[in-house]
Design a binder for this molecule. Sequence first.
Ligand code: ADP
Ligand code: MG
Length: 350
Amino acid sequence: SAVRSEAAQTNIKVIVRVRPHNEKELQDNFKTVVKIIDDRMLVFDPKEEENPFFYRGVVQKGRDLLKKQNKELQFVFDKVFDMSTSNLDVFEGSTKELITSLLDGYNCSVFAYGATGAGKTHTMLGKEGDPGITYRTMAELFAEMELQKDAKGFNLGVSYLEIYNENVQDLLHKVGPLHLREDGRAGVVVAGLKIISIHNADELLSLLAKGNKNRTQHATDANQESSRSHAVFQVYINISSKIDGQVKHVKLSMIDLAGSERASATGCKGARFKEGANINKSLLALGNCINNLADGIKHIPYRDSKLTRLLKDSLGGNCQTVMIANISPSSASFEDTYNTLRYANRAKKI
Ligand code: ADP
Ligand code: MG
């Protein structure tokens, strides 16, 4: 029996992005298991459209008996981006609208969720010549601050950290593990974290590049570039009104989450097991917090992981949250896609 709050203000948008097939999926003739119906609906593991009794003109006797039933699961999200969607389209349909809330004084968080290889980093960081939504959001934020400068003064700083094995590490400044503190007025504070003042979005690119070089990456059987850490980019803005002198502190967090694949699926054993368990712990805690917020349940288990403790002042309340679930369209990632869609579905507001 859950306690529901009267006025659940929580604003959570759940978005799914399907990446294109990669070379290997194309070469090996994997099936497509995600069918996009429209910009809000998709079907996972749809029934095949061809006549099931014929294969290359030959009657396939008993084929239906041997074949596993398709799941044919229909999902509806706030938005579904198909494989032809660019990072610019994703930005315009996801984080662009956060900027107004942010400059009005509300904390915002953006998550890229999904299995390794599903497109999280492509969405958040992009690549040279095609920046991801982090850069695009910051460029828009600077443009909007410029427009509002007659009425408000702005002071902006950024930090970039990772959570690896439930340890917080500064990506811009190599120091020991950092500790989280709760400061009544300032909210959650990472003691000793370097906050760098920047003046335009281009200054950000070199900072992100530097931070990414410092990320902990371990090869696993599943993917050479597997990432087992959560990369958390945060922007702190002091907004002072030139009319009444009032000052507001707001925070934008953009997080490239660790791969959501289960440890068992990546052949992790022994030493890797603790890592896997911890990653599941943070993702599970995040899922539980978001589910409870979306369902209007009062108890939010922020304390269950480092990630949720860090984001305690940026989830819930009047905060705006965007969850971008990244998936592969290929049967090669059937289980990962299925699990990601279910995680995203649970995050929806009811
Ligand atoms: P993740 O960070 O989730 O492990 P990546 O973002 O690194 O996954 O994506 C895996 C590979 O697929 C990369 O080579 C990336 O460039 C490519 N990729 C991912 N999403 C897209 C997309 N929407 N369009 C084109 N290439 C993509
Ligand atoms: Mg990545």
